[in-house]
Write a protein that binds this ligand. Structure first.
Ligand code: FES
Length: 167
C-alpha cells in the first residue's frame, strides 16, 4: 500500500471544508455585491440636461432657468432642481451659476433697485456684473461659475459648471 492514500478522516475533512467554503461564498457574494453596488453603477457624469426654454426666446436680459434632474446618492434617489441665469451675449448663449462665491447663497438679477443691471446676493450684499465678474469692494472674491451650454432641436441644454470664461 502507498503512504499517500487519503484516510477516511482526511477525505471527510477536505470534503466538508470544500462544501463549507462553497456555501460561505454563496452567502457572502450577494452581501458584498450589495455593499459595493453604488461603486459599480455607471454614472452619466457630464451629461447635458434639456431645459424647457427655446434658444430663440432667450434675449440679452438674464432669465432664471430651472434645471431638473435625478440625483442618486448611494441607494437614495431624489429629484433636484438647480437654477441658471441665462442670457444672450451677441450670438453666444451664456448660463451663469447663481451660487455666490462668498458663502454660497443664491444671487438674483436686478433684485436690488440701486443696482438694477447687476446680480445681487441678499446674504451679505455681494454684487456681480452681468458677465459674472465680482464687483470689488463687495464680499465675493471670484466670478460666478458658468454652465456648459448646448442646443438641441431649438432647446437649451445645460451641462456641468466650469470656471467663468467671460471675465
Ligand atoms: S454669500 Fe453672497 S455675499 Fe455672502
Amino acid at each position: 500500500m502507498s503512504n499517500n492514500r487519503v484516510s477516511r478522516r482526511q477525505f471527510l475533512s477536505y470534503t466538508l471544508t470544500g462544501v463549507g467554503g462553497f456555501m460561505a461564498a454563496g452567502m457572502l457574494m450577494p452581501m458584498i455585491r450589495f455593499a459595493i453596488d453604488p461603486v459599480l453603477q455607471k454614472h452619466g457624469g457630464g451629461d447635458f440636461i434639456k431645459t424647457e426654454h427655446k434658444i430663440a426666446d432667450i434675449t440679452d436680459k438674464p432669465i432664471k432657468v430651472d434645471l431638473k434632474f435625478e440625483q442618486v446618492d448611494a441607494w437614495y434617489k431624489s429629484e433636484v432642481t438647480n437654477v441658471a441665469w441665462v442670457f444672450k451675449q451677441g450670438d453666444q448663449i451664456v448660463a451663469l451659476s447663481p451660487v455666490c462665491k462668498h458663502l454660497g447663497c443664491m444671487v438674483n438679477w436686478g433684485e436690488n433697485s440701486e443696482y438694477p443691471d447687476q446680480f445681487f446676493c441678499p446674504c451679505h450684499g455681494g454684487r456681480y456684473e452681468k458677465n459674472g465678474k465680482n464687483i470689488p469692494g463687495t464680499p465675493p472674491t471670484g466670478p460666478l461659475d458658468e454652465y456648459e451650454v448646448k442646443e438641441e432641436a431649438g432647446y437649451l441644454l445645460l451641462g456641468p459648471t466650469k470656471a467663468n470664461t467671460l471675465v
